[in-house]
Write a protein that binds this ligand. Sequence first.
Ligand code: GLN
Length: 285
Amino acid sequence: FQNSCRNSCLNSYRVDRLLSWATDLLTDSETARLDAEVLLCHILQKDRSFLFTWPEHELNEQQLSDFRLLVAQRQKGTPVAYLTGERDFWTLKLAVSPATLIPRPDTELLVEQALTKELPENATVADLGTGTGAIALALASERRQWTVVGVDKFRDAVKLAKQNARSNRINNVTFYQGSWCEALPDDNYHMIVSNPPYICCDDEHLSQGDVRFEPETALASGTDGLNDIRIIIQQAVSRLHNGGWLLLEHGYHQAEAIQQLMRQAGFSRISTILDLSGHDRVTQG
Ligand code: GLN
C-alpha cells in the first residue's frame, strides 16, 4: 500500500497531493510547505487561496513538468523568489533577479520609519543601493508628492528598479547608476535612506541557505561589516538639507558603532529602532 501511495502521489496531478509531495522533498528549507505553495501558485498563475479552495484541481502535463523542475531547483537551494522572478514587498509586486538582493520583510521597518518623518510636501528623498528599487518605490508609492531618487552601483539592478517602477505605475521616482552619494544628481535631500551591505565578510551566514545565491556585493562589507556604512555616513552629511534625516538598516550588533559614527559626523537626534524580533535594526539621525 505504501508503495502504491508513494507512486500515486508522485504521479498525481492534483494540487493537494502535489503540495504534500513537494513539501516532503523540500525538507532542507525551513519553509517547505510555503515554498511548495508559492511555486505551485506561480505555475498556475493563481493566488494562494486557490490552493485551499480547489485542492482537487489537476495540473496539465506541461504544468506538472514545470512544477517538478522548480521543486528540483529549490531542492538544490535556489531561493523561491529567483525561481518565480518576483517578490512582494510593502504593497508592491517586484521583479527580482540574481543581480539583486531579495527584498526582506525586515526592510519594511525602514520604510515604516521613513514614513513617520514630517517632511515638506515636495520633499526630495534618496535611496542608496536600491537593488530592486524596493525602498525607493515603497516610499514613492506612499508619498506621491515626494521626488524619490534610487541609486545602485550595478547596471542590472538599475534596469530592474526602472522596470519595477513601470510595472507598479510609480512615476515620482528616478534611478541612476553609481556609487552611494556620488551617483545622486542633487544636494539638499530631506531624507537619505539605505539598506547597504553590512555583514562581516567572514560571517558563516554568507555560506548558508538562500543567502549563498544572492550577490555578495549586496551583503558583505569588510571585516566588521561597516565599510560601506562608514562611507555613506561621511558622504551623506554634505548631501542633506539642514535638519535632513539619514536612516540606515544594519545588523543587530551594530547599533552602537553606527550611532558613534553618526555622532562623529555631526548628526544629532540619533536613535535606533528595533525590529519585530526585538533586535536593533534601523539607526537614524
Ligand atoms: N538582513 C540580510 C540578511 O541577513 C542582509 C541584508 C543586507 O546586508 N543589507 O541576509
